[in-house]
Ligand binder design. Structure first.
Ligand code: XMP
Length: 319
């Protein structure tokens, strides 16, 4: 019988059987899948698990602290947090092509992860949050985003000499099953029911060149949008919502002063499969409130716009 409890018991037995007394490494991204793998492995093998969390400087507001507090502090999982902001932003300097940015972020992620991994002694296994749809996607077409998306989480570049075998306890599960297991394992529901967040993070939500000050502005605006969606009970009614930083400047007015500053676009969509999507028809009053808060609270923003493009013709992300 399929119940979260049975699946967990069964997975734990299989994991223990597979890895024995060996040490296991996991790249923790803060996303649902890797989080559930972390919780599951921790329950199955405790201290044999080491997680590496890479802060690439392209995370949402407070995300790194949240991951550390959930896993390290509350659950007692061994997590190594790597502050790699300078390394990522350094590599991205002067680069504005979206696919180039994706490639750089993916490669840098692998490098940083490898560096950390090679410092840990006697690791035999690499755990991954591969779920059933990932297995199907990679078996299918050789082109398209699925490959690209997974490439930097798959850590294909691990040093040969480490010779790690894979542990993929979610390989047979669908997303909704993964979520149920996550809840059963005690993960906070805000984490388990979070909107998807792309691997390249804010790197593809800052259009063109990625800069630290742009990332700071975007993080604040995005946080306000998400916070208000939660307050208004709208967060779970949309499939994905976020802010985008537009590096164009527009004239505004604050008090008696003319302001010449950047633009923030808000994006919210409703979708089942993320292949097509409808823009979320959020209430005008709600949008008005979010716009006012962003304009008042986030320095360097003169204007807020709402994206009313469906997919198609637009993609969900702007890059
Ligand atoms: P698009 O923009 O293609 O997005 O309509 C569809 C879904 O995929 C996510 N997305 C990505 N996820 N790496 C990821 O891990 C990426 O490079 C990437 N690009 C888009 C996007 O957030 C949406 O959920």
């Amino acid at each position: 019988l399929w119940t979260p409890d049975n699946i967990i018991e069964d997975s734990i037995a299989r994991i223990r059987n597979q890895v024995g007394d060996d040490k296991v490494l996991l790249g923790l991204s803060g996303g649902v899948d890797s989080s559930v793998v972390a919780a599951l492995l921790h329950r199955a093998i405790g201290d044999q698990l080491t997680c590496v969390f890479v802060d690439n400087g392209l995370l949402r507001l407070g995300e790194g602290d949240q991951v550390m507090s959930t896993f390290a502090r509350h659950m007692g999982v061994h997590v190594i947090r790597v502050d790699a902001e300078d390394r990522f932003l350094g590599r991205l300097k002067g680069v504005s092509d979206p696919e180039q940015k994706r490639k750089i972020i993916g490669n840098t992620f692998i490098e940083v992860f490898d560096d950390e991994a090679s410092k840990i002694q006697d690791v035999k296994w690499l755990a991954q949050g591969t779920i059933y749809p990932d297995v199907i996607e990679s078996a299918g077409s050789k082109t398209g985003k699925a490959k690209v998306i997974k490439s930097h989480h798959n850590v294909g570049g691990l040093p040969e000499e480490m010779n790690l075998d894979l542990v993929e306890p979610l390989r047979e599960l669908f997303k909704d099953e993964v979520r149920k297991i996550g809840i059963e394992l005690g993960l906070p529901s805000e984490m388990v029911y979070r909107h998807p967040f792309p691997g390249p993070g804010l790197g593809v939500r800052i259009l063109g060149e990625v800069r630290k000050d742009y990332a700071q502005t975007l993080r604040q605006a995005d946080h306000i949008f998400i916070e208000e969606l939660r307050k208004a009970d709208l967060y779970d009614q949309v499939s994905q919502a976020f802010a985008v930083f537009l590096p164009v400047r527009s004239v505004g007015v604050v008090g008696d002063n003319r302001l010449y500053a950047h633009v923030i676009a808000l994006r919210a969509v409703e979708t089942i499969d993320f292949m097509t999507a409808r823009w979320a028809h959020l209430p005008y009053d709600f949008l008005d409130l979010v716009c006012r808060r962003i304009a008042n609270e986030v320095p360097g923003v003169s204007r807020v716009v709402y994206d009313i493009t469906g997919k198609p013709p637009g993609t969900i992300e702007w890059e």
